[in-house]
Ligand binder design. Structure first.
Ligand code: SER
Length: 616
C-alpha cells in the first residue's frame, strides 16, 4: 500500500460517511499574513470551528500539506519532519466521540489492516474545571474488549501537556478567543526495546521510538474567554493524522525515512555522497529540508531575510551544509527524486521542477558568496583571527572546520557584539558558527540585538494565528471590522485599483497592506480617517450572507475569491457601504469600534504600502 493508496482509502472512507472533501489549502496562507505556513488541517477552518457555517456542510474531510517550522531542530530522529501531509476529518457540531473514535479504529484495523494488538491510546485526564474524559475512555474500553484486549493496558491517561490541543498549545498559552479542547490519540507499537535513556519505563508518549503517534482526535468544544474556558456553540471534532506516519506503520517501518515514500530519496543522497544511511543519519535532515523546501518553493516563496523566505533560507542552508559535511554538493538528483516520489499526490513539484531547482542552485551559490564575504570581513577587522575559514551551520558545536581554526588561533579573539551581529544578520552565520571561529563576544548584548531580529523573522505557528486575526479578543474583532471600512475607504479615495494585499490584527493595533505606488498625502490620510470615523458614527449593521460566488462577484463584493469556494462564498456586509469576502468574525454594529486613528504609513516594497491604525 503506497502513501497515495492510504490517502485514497482515507478520503473514500469518510466520503462514505457523508463527509465532503474540501481542498488542500495553500501551504502559504493566502491573504492571511498572520501565519507564515499552514501547520495543521484545522487552521483554515478556525472560523467554522468557532461557529460560522461552512459552505460544504458539517462533515468535512481532506488532506492538507503542512509545515511546522518549530520542528526544524527536532528533525534528525526516526519520526520528525518539518513537512508532512495531514489527513483530516471534521464534525462542525455534528457527530462527536461516539462516532469519531470507532470510525478511526475501523479505518485503522479494517482499511489499513493494522493489527489491533499493536495499537494503544491516550485519553485526557482532566484539568481544573474540565473533567477527565471518561466518555472516550468508555468508548475505547468497549473497542478493546470487543477484540479481546485488556483495556487497562491499552488506555493511558495524560494531562494538558499531552492530551489537550490548541494552535497555541497549553491552555495557559492560548490567547483570548482561541478554540481548543481535550484529545484522544492513537499510537502504534513497533515493539522495539525500550531505551532507558528516555526514562525508567516505556509508555505511549515515551520518546524512545518504540511508539509512534498516528492520529489525534481533538474534541474542539471550548473557547478561551476572560482567562477561563467557555463552551463553544458547537461540540466539534478536529481529527488529524500524519500520512507519512500512517505509511510507516502500514509498512511496520519505525523509521519514517525508510518507508517506500522517502527511502528512494535517502538512496539518492547515498549515491550522491557515496556514504551509507546506516552510518549517517544526517541524511534525514538533508531529505526533510529539501522536501520541505521543494514544497515551499512550489508555493512561490523565494529565500529572503523575512518571514517565509527566511525559513526557506534556513532550511536550504542547513540542507546544503549537512550535504557538504558528508562530502557532496550536487542537489539536483535529490530534488529530482523528491519530485518523483510525491508526484501522485502533488503534481506541482513536477510542474514547477525547473523553478525549484533554479531557486535552490541560486541560493547555494549565494550562500557560498556570503561565506566568502564573511571570511573577508573577519580577516579585515580581526587579522589575528586565524584563517577565517567559515564552518558550516551543520556543525553546531564547532565541528571540524571550526575546531581547526580554533587550534590555529592559539586562543580566542574578542570581537564586539555589533560585529557578531553583522556576521549573524548580514553574513548569515549562526552564533555557534561565529564562536567556533574562535571569536568571542558579549553574549547578553548580542542576544539583545538578535532578539528583535528573531521576533520579526521567526516562524509564527505558535505566535501568529490564522483566520485574519492574531487572536479573537474583542479588541481584535473591532480592528477586523475597521479593516473592512479602511479597505473600502482606500478604494473610494485612491481608486478601485487599490486592493488589500494583507493584514495583521492584534488587540494593540491593526496593520493593513495594499497596492499603491506612492506615499499617501496628509490630506489623503485625513480623508481616510474621516471616512472610517463617519461610518463608525453611522453605527452600520454588520452581517454576513452565504451567497453563490457568481452573485458575489456580480454585486461587486471585494476580496480574494479562492477557487475552493466553488459554490458559495461568505460575504460580510457593512450597511450598504462595504461588501467583502471574509471568514469573520466581526462586530454587529460599527458604533462598537468607537474611533479609528491612523498612526503610521510606510512602504513595504515596490508598489506596496502599509498602514498602521488603532481603534477604540
Ligand atoms: N489539530 C490537531 C492536530 O494538528 C488535529 O487535527 O494535531
Amino acid at each position: 500500500m503506497t502513501a497515495s493508496d492510504i490517502l485514497q482509502r482515507y478520503i473514500s472512507f469518510f466520503e462514505n460517511k457523508e463527509h465532503v472533501r474540501i481542498p488542500n489549502s495553500s501551504l502559504v496562507p493566502q491573504n492571511d499574513p498572520t501565519t507564515l505556513f499552514t501547520s495543521s488541517g484545522m487552521q483554515p477552518l478556525v472560523p467554522y470551528l468557532l461557529g460560522e457555517p461552512h459552505p460544504s456542510g458539517k462533515r468535512l474531510v481532506n488532506v492538507q500539506n503542512c509545515f511546522r517550522a518549530k520542528d526544524i531542530d527536532e528533525v534528525g530522529d526516526n519520526r520528525h519532519t518539518t513537512f508532512f501531509r495531514m489527513l483530516g476529518n471534521w464534525s462542525l457540531g455534528d457527530y462527536f466521540k461516539a462516532e469519531q473514535i470507532p470510525w478511526f479504529w475501523e479505518f485503522l484495523t479494517s482499511e489499513l489492516k493494522l493489527p489491533a494488538q499493536k495499537l494503544y491510546v491516550s485519553v485526557f485526564n482532566g484539568f481544573n474545571d474540565i473533567e477527565k474524559d471518561t466518555e472516550s475512555e468508555q468508548i475505547w474500553k468497549k473497542i478493546f474488549e470487543d477484540v479481546g484486549l485488556d483495556a487497562r493496558e491499552r488506555i493511558h491517561f495524560y494531562g494538558v501537556d499531552k492530551n489537550w490541543w490548541s494552535r497555541a498549545g497549553l491552555p495557559q498559552d492560548m490567547p483570548e478567543g482561541e478554540p481548543g479542547g481535550p484529545d484522544t490519540e492513537v499510537f502504534f507499537d513497533f515493539g522495539t526495546t525500550h531505551d532507558k535513556k528516555f526514562g525508567e519505563s516505556c509508555n505511549p508518549n515515551c520518546q524512545c521510538g518504540r511508539f509512534l503517534e498516528i492520529g489525534n482526535s481533538v474534541f474542539m468544544q471550548y473557547i478561551k474567554r476572560n482567562g477561563a474556558f467557555q463552551e463553544l456553540p458547537n461540540r466539534n471534532v478536529d481529527f488529524g493524522g500524519g500520512l507519512e506516519r500512517l505509511l510507516a506503520v502500514v509498512e511496520n517501518q519505525n523509521d519514517i525515512f525508510e518507508t517506500s515514500l522517502l527511502s528512494p530519496v535517502i538512496k539518492e543522497v547515498e549515491k550522491t555522497t557515496g556514504q551509507s544511511y546506516a552510518e549517517n543519519k544526517k541524511m534525514r535532515i538533508i531529505t526533510d529540508h529539501f522536501v520541505a523546501s521543494s514544497f515551499i518553493i512550489a508555493n512561490d516563496v523565494e529565500p529572503s531575510n523575512k518571514e517565509q523566505g527566511y525559513i526557506l533560507r534556513r532550511l536550504l542552508r542547513r540542507g546544503i551544509d549537512n550535504l557538504s559535511e558528508i562530502g557532496a554538493s550536487d542537489v539536483t538528483p535529490i530534488l529530482e527524486s523528491i519530485a518523483s516520489q510525491y508526484k501522485d499526490t502533488d503534481e506541482k513539484l513536477k510542474e514547477k521542477f525547473e523553478k525549484i531547482k533554479g531557486v535552490v542552485l541560486e541560493e547555494q551559490q549565494g550562500y557560498k558568496e556570503t561565506q566568502e564575504r564573511a571570511k573577508a570581513f573577519i580577516q579585515k577587522k580581526y587579522p589575528s583571527a586565524g584563517s577565517g575559514q567559515v564552518p558550516s551551520t551543520a556543525s553546531s558545536k564547532g565541528g571540524q572546520a571550526g575546531q581547526a581554526i580554533g587550534d590555529e588561533l592559539m586562543g580566542v579573539t574578542k570581537i564586539s557584539a555589533e560585529d557578531a551581529f553583522v556576521l549573524y544578520s548580514t553574513h548569515g552565520l549562526s552564533p555557534a558558527q561565529i564562536k567556533s571561529l574562535g571569536l568571542v563576544f558579549n553574549n547578553q548584548e548580542f542576544a539583545r540585538k538578535i532578539q528583535e531580529h528573531q521576533q520579526i523573522s521567526r516562524a509564527g505557528a505558535t505566535q501568529k494565528f490564522a483566520g485574519g486575526l492574531a487572536d479573537h479578543s474583542q479588541k481584535s474583532i473591532l480592528g477586523h471590522t475597521a479593516t473592512h471600512l479602511l479597505h473600502q475607504a482606500l478604494r473610494d479615495i485612491l481608486g478601485d485599483k487599490v486592493h488589500q494585499t494583507g493584514s495583521n490584527i492584534t488587540s494593540e493595533r491593526l496593520r493593513f497592506d495594499f497596492n499603491y505606488d506612492k506615499p499617501l498625502t496628509d490630506d489623503e490620510i485625513k480623508k481616510l480617517e474621516d471616512t472610517v470615523n463617519e461610518k463608525i458614527k453611522e453605527n452600520l449593521h454588520v452581517h454576513f450572507e452565504m451567497i453563490p460566488l457568481k452573485k458575489a462577484l456580480a454585486i461587486g463584493a471585494i476580496g480574494l475569491f479562492d477557487k475552493k469556494y466553488q459554490e458559495e462564498v461568505k460575504v460580510y456586509f457593512i450597511g450598504e457601504y462595504s461588501k467583502e469576502f471574509c471568514g469573520g468574525p466581526h462586530v454587529n454594529f460599527t458604533g462598537e469600534i468607537k474611533r479609528f486613528n491612523i498612526i503610521k504609513q510606510e512602504s513595504i516594497g515596490q508598489g506596496l504600502r502599509r498602514i498602521y491604525a488603532q481603534v477604540g
